[in-house]
Design a protein around this ligand. Structure first.
Ligand code: SF4
Length: 414
């Protein structure tokens, strides 16, 4: 008999297709960096990627590389390297693990993709501070190290109503990036090309949204832990036909699962919301743990953060400014609470799990009384677990699991 541990996680057939398009993406980046053409831009995950693509850049997303470092459990080899040059263990562990891996000249991409020796070097670094200041500091480190320009957009944060003055400022800042980007790419900005890319990004967004909404079904066909992997194309391939095509294939598979009542968790009993970052190095372990508890983690802020419904090719600059400003992380507590309330109702949830990620206060929404306010308002319990996106020293597995088990017992007794 095989000694291999049999996973309890159900297979998603589309994963083969996903691997293929992700491999093509990384090889394209690698080729561009080696040949010097097209030019390579690094972009923060909710930065103006569509503008960069329209100017002919191939785009690398350092946060995606951070997630690869986390999920391959290599992050803790590299975080101390960045700490040693003065980047605190308390700041973003995507930043510290990525910078550490650069200094050590190692990347898990080399093991995954034969022939790729390192992350594709940038010709320009472009950020948007909509999510946090860390991206700016992160890109500025590379700018100093590699001698390439870091340019960006500074967004209003912690906002309720999105005012015109915010958007006009962001539009202006976006337009101001163009002359530098034209010079580096060697291409002239073409508004029709920009509209075309934005239109593909919009299609990708709408398909990704449908994928996530498939989980309104009971039982839910895909877990949060799987969705964090399948969101790859929405992060790094938005603006391409491949991403749109991929989500069509995945959605078809999920609809089939819904038809057959084939849930990601066998005999699903409870349904939870995951608020906060994934714990990348523990995805599989947590997925199996929740399967044993007959609990489906069906919806999350994280996976929904790559839905940009407002993209409108008819008004590309303004609609992109809006889409990248109205995301959850940019908003105030009232907006966030209403958002989570809608999610709880839409996905018929029994409870909310808050992940307090030590190195990302921006995505940890448990720190100013939100769990308590929501529990009172929604009359469903919540739990907070302490951990981190990449730094597994901040995650006590035993404590987290004991607390989650106690939480599920609490749901049982309701
Ligand atoms: S939002 Fe959090 S995880 Fe993302 S780059 Fe900023 S600090 Fe890092």
């Amino acid at each position: 008999m095989s000694q291999e541990k049999i996973s309890k996680i159900k297979k998603i057939q589309s994963t083969g297709h996903l691997r293929k398009i992700m491999a093509d993406y990384f090889y394209e980046l690698d080729r561009a960096a080696k040949e010097g053409s097209p030019k390579v831009a690094w972009c923060s995950s909710v930065g103006p990627a569509e503008l960069l693509l329209s100017l002919g850049f191939v785009v690398h997303y350092p946060e995606n590389h951070g997630a690869v470092l986390g999920s391959s459990r290599k992050a803790n080899d590299y975080i101390p390297v960045a700490n040693a040059i003065g980047y605190s263990p308390d700041i973003c562990s995507y930043l510290t693990s990525d910078v550490g891996s650069f200094i050590k000249k190692e990347t898990p991409l080399s093991r995954a993709y034969e022939g790729i020796e390192g992350v594709a070097k940038p010709d320009v670094l472009v950020y948007n501070t909509n999510q946090c200041r860390d991206v700016q500091d992160w890109f500025n480190w590379y700018s100093r190290e590699l001698g390439v320009p870091a340019i960006g957009i500074h967004t209003y944060r912690n906002i309720g109503e999105i005012k015109d003055e915010y958007l006009h400022s962001i539009v202006k800042q976006t337009e101001n990036l163009i002359p530098t980007l034209e010079k580096i790419s060697g291409n002239k900005f073409d508004v029709d090309k920009f509209r075309e890319v934005l239109s593909l990004s919009r299609e990708c967004t709408l398909m990704w949204k449908k994928v996530l909404e498939a989980n309104a079904a009971i039982p839910a066909p895909i877990s949060f832990f799987d969705a964090t992997i399948h969101m790859g194309p929405a992060v790094v391939l938005r603006g391409s036909p491949q991403a749109v095509e991929y989500y069509k294939v995945l959605l078809e598979e999920l609809n089939e699962k819904i038809k057959n009542k084939d849930g990601a968790v066998e005999n699903e009993k409870f349904r939870l919301y995951w608020e906060g970052m994934p714990i990348w190095g523990k995805l599989r372990d947590l997925a199996e743990f929740f399967i044993d508890l007959r609990t489906a983690v069906v919806a999350s802020t994280y996976c929904n953060s790559w839905i940009f419904d407002s993209f409108d090719p008819k008004d590309p600059f303004l609609s992109m400014a809006r889409a990248y400003t109205e995301i959850f992380i940019v908003r105030d507590e009232n907006f966030k609470e209403n958002y989570i309330e809608n999610m709880v109702n839409k996905y018929k949830l029994d409870g909310i799990l808050f992940h307090d990620a030590k190195t990302c206060p921006n995505n940890s929404n448990n720190r100013y009384g939100m769990p308590e306010r929501l529990a009172k308002k929604l009359k469903i319990p919540s739990i907070t677990i302490n951990g981190d996106l990449n730094d597994l020293r901040c995650y006590s597995e035993e404590q987290a699991k004991t607390n989650i088990e106690a939480f599920i017992e609490q749901l049982e007794s309701r």
